[in-house]
Write a protein that binds this ligand. Sequence first.
Ligand code: FAD
Length: 378
Amino acid sequence: MTVAVVGAGLTGCLLACYLARRGLDVTVYERRPDPRAGTPERGRSINLAISERGRDALRRIGLEDQVMADALPMRGRMIHPVSGPLDFQPYSHDGEMAINSISRGALNNTLLDAAEAAPGVKVFFGHRLTGLDPATGAMTFQTPDGPVETVADVVLGADGAGSAVRGQLLAHRDIEESLDFLDYGYKELTIPAVDGEFALDPGALHIWPRGTSMMIALPNPDRSFTCTMFWPTGGTASFASLSSPAAIERHFRDHYPDVVPLAPTLVDDYLHNPVGLLGTVRCAPWQSDGRVGLIGDAAHAIVPFYGQGANCGFEDVVVLDQCLDETGGSWSSALSLYERRRKENADAIAEMALENFTEMRDKVASPVFRLVKGIEHR
Ligand code: FAD
């Protein structure tokens, strides 16, 4: 039995590790070069909050301790008003519950190492899927050496929000999809360590709620913070509305005054880091012809405000593995069962993530909200 996993992101690598345990012959195809060999893309570092759902998936395969060694637990939110004192809102009454700040790149590299080390797994970089016949499992990849044709018994699309596997299922009229882009984008800024120490409390997820927009910051093991601004993509409050260094500095002094002395590269980061898009992908069905399936963001990309996209992709892997157990390894039955179990949950978290945006950018700053707070962590 040969299985092709398209995409060596977080979901695809973890999936390859799980499938290897079943003794399957797994080939992972990734369009990009090996990320372990290059430097990360500017402004796309993204540290993720990994919660219990993600940890559970890592624990089951013996990777939790390795991943958590570089994680920084965040036990609550630290709200930064424009003026006045900071407000720490713990995630649990006993202060013990935490979400964990982890570098997406480092996590991906750990999972890649684990997948490559697993028996029966091969990983090909520089392979972009451009064609798929769902009925036969025949695939075409563009590579630096030209097109490559191959075939697998099972093809799993773990190729992210813009999934080419999903695109091929659409082209064969096997599924329907909807893509809803948010009219907000994101841009990263850096708060470096000061004299080798964290410039802010590393035990919290920092939030600057500003009504129509917000910024968050998560700690990194090198004692810096990665800040992510979520601002409108159009209108007078958009990223493009601030184009000169003076305007950027003025805006931050007025709206994020405590950040200015901590972010020496603020203007450079703002002018040169890219603006990322945010959106929700919904599609159905998630499988076709008893041999092709979608998993992770390829099946259900969501906006990041609940911090659950990667956690959900990891949970998909666990559930698909359980479905294979329960169906005696019948891919056709397992893929249908997996979709029945996961689709409803994916739809629910997609809605909750959209709702949490309003809460994070606005309601966390309100005294009333303090009574019902604390939700981006389960
Ligand atoms: P991806 O990470 O998109 O990986 C897909 C892979 O497929 C990539 O390597 C890509 O190069 C490859 N690929 C694409 N097309 C092809 C092709 N044609 N052929 C071959 N390979 C292909 N999640 C959390 O759980 N917690 C958080 O705190 C969190 N914060 C976030 C903050 C931001 C700003 C954003 C944008 C996202 C955040 N997420 C968070 C979501 C998380 O990053 C994603 O859910 C997760 O990365 C999805 O993993 P994936 O492997 O399914 O897809």
